[in-house]
Design a protein around this ligand. Structure first.
Ligand code: ATP
Length: 452
């Protein structure tokens, strides 16, 4: 089961501290959201899971954390200055602004007027001044994707590690796009995070690697708890492809507002390294690239067999963290009847994604012995390093269960008078609501097993 509407998710996110409208107390800013105490944990867990699968579980990918502020040169030669734009239309009647593809039968979706301006390109990049004088002579862009600084660091990483192609560079971080009409909660926002891999391969082996990464990324999303029936692989039509792409497959997810892109996996040929390399004429670059006289570095590898320098092809799986969080929240949202008169909302999150791994609940809020035993259990479980363990001292067990069901805590541990005598506790499972009594050693094993 998933949420029925986006409103259900928005409401749960606010109520339980996952996501808030940013700058809220001053009226909010469109397309910006803040992650609260539960949201930051969920988001970090998702990023950590991606990082583990990319870097720790393999030996052919290296990590990077490059700057957000990006030189205009980088985004000139990447093509972003010229082409990273959406067609913008103004409604002359109500002054609303739309992307051309959002119009309804050539009329304004808001006031239905047909009195619109001609579409004009609107560049989505944010600019900011560098240095104390804001006279336009020295500025940087806030990166619109994390990928470009991966390409500019290609040589640094190649020479500082033992990698040879095929190998990849992975990065997670903020990206910024001045979207014309941000909407659908955290689906389309102006400040968001991406998890991007640029995987460098021999030209000629690009198609099989592209297929490999499509399968691998699809399966990764399933391992995060997304049901196959809500995913679809969409082969982007030739006429819709970005200018640099030989082929792109989008992983589409069935969001409450419709089926839309969660991640794109593109075969970017030699466009990126070919655009940023110096001495372009020395290489047989296949993509159409802008002439580059400014780059100081050759972005090529030596083929040891035929002793020629080649510019590798790039396969890029690029996923949005926020779109991932939204898909996972939607996927795990459940409302079910508990008995005749009561129902509950719960998030059936995979334990590795749960913001809180276990809640330790003293039966009596003001009983020092019980509270101190609970604190001790929290400390022991916290030390295992599997994520946040919370002491939940509200004094109301039923309320605590409800709260932890709604934030997706896999287990609740209740400490009571019996605990003081024999050290046993009651452990309640989020999904089945079944309870059992466990001693200290069994509790630790049960807790650890939750994450295997
Ligand atoms: P769309 O067509 O939906 O605007 P895109 O094709 O421009 O997306 P890419 O440039 O391929 O997106 O970016 C890679 C990923 O970054 C997307 O699959 C998406 O998950 C995420 N992403 C892109 N733009 C946004 C945004 N404005 N808000 C949130 N996530 C985004």
């Amino acid at each position: 089961m998933t949420a029925k509407t986006m409103e259900e998710l928005v409401s749960l996110c606010k109520r339980r501290g996952f996501i808030f409208q940013s700058n809220d107390i001053y009226g909010g800013v469109k397309g910006l959201y803040d992650y609260g105490p539960m949201g930051v944990e969920l988001k970090n867990n998702l990023k950590q899971s991606w990082w583990k699968s990319m870097i720790y579980e393999r030996d052919d990918i290296e990590g990077l954390d490059a700057t957000i502020l990006t030189s205009p040169d980088v985004l000139k030669y990447s093509g972003h200055e010229d082409t990273f734009s959406d067609p913008l239309v103004d409604c002359k009647s109500c002054k609303a602004r739309w992307r051309t593809d959002q119009l309804e039968d050539t009329s304004c979706p808001s006031c239905k007027s047909k009195d619109l301006t001609e579409p004009r390109p609107f560049n989505l990049m944010f600019k900011t001044a560098i240095g104390p004088v804001d006279d336009g002579s020295s500025f940087a862009y806030l990166r619109p994707e994390t990928a470009q600084q991966i390409f500019t660091n290609f040589k640094n990483i190649l020479t500082s590690t033992n990698q040879t192609i095929p190998f990849g560079i992975a990065q997670i971080g903020k990206s910024f796009r001045n979207e014309i009409t941000p909407r659908n909660f955290i689906f389309r926002v102006r400040e968001f995070e991406q998890m991007e891999l640029e995987f460098f391969v021999d030209p000629g082996k690009d198609e099989s690697w592209h297929k490999y990464w499509i399968d691998s990324r699809y399966n990764w999303w399933i391992n995060q708890g997304i049901d196959k029936k809500n995913l679809e692989l969409l082969v982007v039509e030739k006429s819709e492809l970005s200018h640099y792409s030989k082929s792109t497959v989008d992983i589409m997810y069935k969001y409450p507002h419709g089926k839309e892109e969660l991640e794109g996996i593109a075969n970017r040929t030699d466009f990126d390294l070919g655009s940023h390399t110096k001495n372009q004429e020395e290489f047989n670059i296949k993509a159409k690239v802008m002439k580059n006289d400014k780059s100081t570095t050759k972005l090529a590898v030596l083929n040891l067999e035929n002793k020629t320098w080649t510019i590798p092809f790039v396969i890029e799986p690029s996923a949005g963290v926020d779109r991932g969080v939204l898909a996972i929240l939607n996927e795990s949202y459940k409302e079910e009847k508990v008995d005749e008169n009561n129902s509950r909302v719960l998030l059936t999150l995979k334990p590795h994604l749960s913001p809180i791994k276990a809640a330790v609940i003293p039966l009596k809020k003001n009983n020092e012995e019980i509270v101190s035993a609970a604190k001790n259990i929290k400390k022991i479980l916290q030390k295992l390093g599997l994520g946040r363990v919370a002491l939940e001292n509200s004094g109301n067990i039923a309320k605590s269960y409800r709260r932890h069901d709604e934030i997706g805590t896999p287990i609740c541990i209740t400490v009571d008078f019996e605990t003081l005598e024999d050290k046993t506790v009651t452990v309640r499972d989020r999904d089945t609501m079944q309870q059992k009594r466990l001693g200290p050693e069994d509790l630790i094993n049960y807790y650890k097993d939750c994450f295997n």
